[in-house]
Design a protein around this ligand. Structure first.
Ligand SMILES: NC(=O)c1ccc[n+]([C@@H]2O[C@H](COP(=O)([O-])OP(=O)(O)OC[C@H]3O[C@@H](n4cnc5c(N)ncnc54)[C@H](OP(=O)(O)O)[C@@H]3O)[C@@H](O)[C@H]2O)c1
Length: 274
């Protein structure tokens, strides 16, 4: 594995939504030349379509794809990870780095399927990686060293922000930031619907909702201020916002969001079992 990420050859096993997003982003951001990528999917017809769409070699042969790769990205569904890891085990060596983005599947499960000594990193990205605005959490397995972690950080920094956590937090990350875009889209859709209810054209309502969400998130990230303080700054005594907040509290928005993340994190623990 080369510490300069663009010099590596990458195998992406399971170029579906997440695998496809990562390939596309790495190529578009000139971090990887298309000829350095080999991808796989389950179906031949899909392989042809995708090869044409992404401009990389796509087959259904996982074993051939990992041959000569420096970094192997496992992007299949959690229930398929074990099967794929066992399939490639004879070809993979400790000189390669395996990164799995599968929810629920522990690094130790992948390590024991691949054989001792193979460095494994588990990553949990999210779909905004498609526009370089992703959030990825990483953790390392027992054979991965700081250089491997550095390479994984370099890869996911191309598609957004990256944080390193202990593996015990990965299901919580799945419930919060990997599932999170879906929650935010529902909130955005609802705010846009609200705009329509109070008389705004739908496109303007959607723009107002989306830019307001982006702006508020950017302020949290850039100032580091507590969201409650920032909320207080918007809330003039006896003004309009406090009336809106009262409705949110009555509708139990906070507890509903907390319960959504708790449920999704619980489900993330079970996925690998099917
Ligand atoms: N989607 C997200 O927001 C997200 C976020 C974080 C992590 N993840 C993780 O990413 C992984 C993939 O999720 P996804 O949403 O991208 O699913 P997906 O769109 O269904 O992609 C899965 C891909 O795996 C391929 N595949 C199935 N069996 C295979 C095999 N034996 N060998 C090679 N390829 C095989 C499928 O091929 P065909 O297309 O031919 O069926 C498909 O392209 C999951 O483990 C998930 O936990 C997803």
């Amino acid at each position: 594995m080369n510490t300069n990420f663009s010099k590596n050859r990458i195998a992406v096993l399971g170029a579906g939504k997440m695998g496809g997003i990562l390939i596309k982003a790495l190529i578009e951001k000139h971090q990887l030349a298309p000829e350095r990528v080999r991808a796989t999917v389950a179906h031949e017809t899909r392989a042809h379509e995708l090869s044409h769409k992404l401009g990389v070699t796509v087959t259904t042969d996982n074993v051939a794809a990992v041959d000569g790769a420096d970094v192997i990205l496992i992007c299949v569904k959690p229930q398929v990870v074990q099967e794929v890891a066992e399939q490639i085990a004879d070809k993979v060596t400790a000189l390669q780095l395996v990164i799995s983005v599968a929810a629920s599947v522990h690094t130790s499960q992948i390590e024991s399927a691949l054989g001792a000594g193979v460095p494994v990193i588990r990553a949990m990205p999210n779909t905004p990686c498609v526009l370089g605005q992703g959030m990825t959490a990483l953790c390392k397995g027992q054979y991965a060293n700081p250089e491997h972690v550095g390479a994984a950080i370099a890869l996911f920094n191309v598609v957004g922000r990256t944080v390193v956590v202990d593996e015990k937090h990965m299901d919580a990350v799945t419930g919060l930031s990997a599932s999170g875009p879906a929650y935010i889209y529902i909130i955005l859709e609802s705010l846009a619907e609200a705009g329509v209810k109070v008389g705004l054209p739908r496109d303007i309502a959607t723009l107002l909702a989306a830019q307001t969400t982006l702006g508020a998130a950017t302020v949290v990230l850039e100032t580091g201020d507590h969201p409650a303080l920032l909320k207080d700054a918007v809330t003039t005594p006896a003004g309009c916002t406090i009336d809106g907040i009262m409705e949110l509290e009555e509708g139990k928005l906070r507890v509903t969001l907390i319960k959504a993340v708790v449920k999704a994190a619980q489900r993330a623990k079970e996925l690998a079992a099917g």
